[in-house]
Design a protein around this ligand. Structure first.
Ligand SMILES: CC(=O)N[C@H](C=O)[C@@H](O)[C@H](O)[C@H](O)COP(=O)(O)O
Ligand SMILES: C=C(OP(=O)(O)O)C(=O)O
Length: 359
């Protein structure tokens, strides 16, 4: 059984606990705190477990030239990348306001700390867990510092290979047992061919003592639901109020109806996954009673006859006879009374046969 741990107060993940569903608001709030609040409420109303943002301390995340570079994209909120990012960045006070709002709405609230200073701030803010965005999975000083803070962690693995992810696992594990790694491909929107869900299976083999999960940037919900069927214990998806809004992430995000459907589908698949024990279930009894096959006399079998296989047929019979699967065990046994042709062979008629029905 993969490790399970408490990701948020009172909320375990891993093992048989329900998949933890993160609504990644990210920067889809357009820099508007009222939209951000609407999105938190929407995340809650759609049944997700957590509303997540991205917190950067821009002078720590970027160097000067990166902030000064022109950003001419249709998704740009400013002439330079710095202006664009400043427009989208909420202040510490705004974060406190959003956290308070999430608390009122009763949904877990956190953010990816996009640099070490942002992690410091989130630590002070007392977020339940740290999300490490893909861009920081090769940032080993950051990983070490973040892991040492002792909060649970979710580490995403976009833009990375297995060798480095092994290093990530080792680095975090050394300081913090409570973390999960998410399969992720950092393309927006992500094509199905590039999702590589089988990495989930590989991660579970490589890292058998941590839960694994999936952070998706594809369109629609099907692939994320499939990730849960493959063992993802955390699913993160970008959410939006309108896919046509300006911003890099809206197109690959889920609108409220999709998020609600994702949550419903994940919960349905979880119910369907079961415990893996193959057995006839009580719900199958009506079908078995009506159509289950059992042993019938192919010919008249007089009392005292020693049974051979050619005396026996397998049919849907009334009343139900001995289980069809026991046909070979009947050979060599004696019948205690006459059985007419086409009559069911009942357990009490065969000497030395005792077997309980399956249901
Ligand atoms: C890799 C990474 O951090 N990706 C994030 C999470 O998925 C994204 O939300 C980016 O912040 C976003 O796509 C950036 O868009 P722009 O460059 O237009 O601000
Ligand atoms: C970029 C992020 O996530 P991911 O790498 O999982 O897409 C994030 O959490 O901000």
């Amino acid at each position: 059984m993969p490790l399970e741990f408490e990701l948020c107060p009172g909320r375990m993940i891993g093992g048989n606990h329900p998949c933890f569903i993160i609504a990644e608001i990210g920067q889809n709030h357009q820099g508007d705190i009222e939209i951000a609040k609407k999105m938190i409420k929407m995340a809650k109303d759609c049944g997700s477990d957590c509303a997540k943002f991205q917190k950067s301390e821009l002078d720590h995340k970027f160097n000067k030239k990166a902030l000064e570079r022109p950003y001419n994209s249709v998704h740009s909120w400013g002439k330079t990348y710095g202006d664009h990012k400043r427009h989208l960045e909420f202040s510490h006070e705004q974060y406190k306001e959003l956290q308070k709002y999430a608390d009122e709405v009763d949904i877990f609230f956190t953010a990816s700390g996009m640099d070490e200073m942002a992690v410091e701030f989130l630590h002070e803010l007392n977020v339940p867990f740290f999300k490490v965005a893909s861009a920081d999975n090769s940032n080993f000083p950051y990983l070490k510092k973040t892991a040492k803070k002792g909060r649970p962690m979710i580490v995403s693995s976009g833009m990375q290979n297995m060798e480095t992810m092994r290093q990530v696992y080792k680095t975090v594990k050394e300081h913090n047992p409570n973390f999960t790694i998410l399969q992720c491909t950092s393309a927006y929107p992500l094509e199905a061919e590039d999702v590589n869900l089988r990495v989930l299976t590989e991660y579970q083999k490589e890292f058998p003592d941590i839960p694994i999960g999936y952070s998706g940037h594809e369109s629609g919900i099907v692939i994320s639901v499939a990730a849960v069927a493959m063992g993802a214990k955390v699913v993160e998806r970008h959410v939006t109020l309108d896919k046509t809004w300006k911003g890099n992430d809206h197109e690959a995000s889920l609108v409220p109806s999709e998020l609600a459907e994702l949550v419903r589908s994940i919960r349905l698949v979880e119910r369907a996954l079961g415990n893996g024990v193959k057995q006839m279930l009580p719900c199958e009894k009506p079908c078995h009673d009506k159509l289950g096959k059992s042993l019938v006399a192919k010919v008249k079998i007089p009392k005292g006859t020693v049974l051979t296989q050619d005396m026996l047929a397998v049919k849907v019979a009334e009343p139900m006879g001995i289980d069809a699967e026991d046909i070979f065990k009947m050979v060599g046994k004696k019948v205690k009374k006459d059985v007419e042709e086409d009559e069911s062979i009942l357990p009490e008629v065969v000497e030395g046969y005792c077997k309980k029905r399956k249901c």
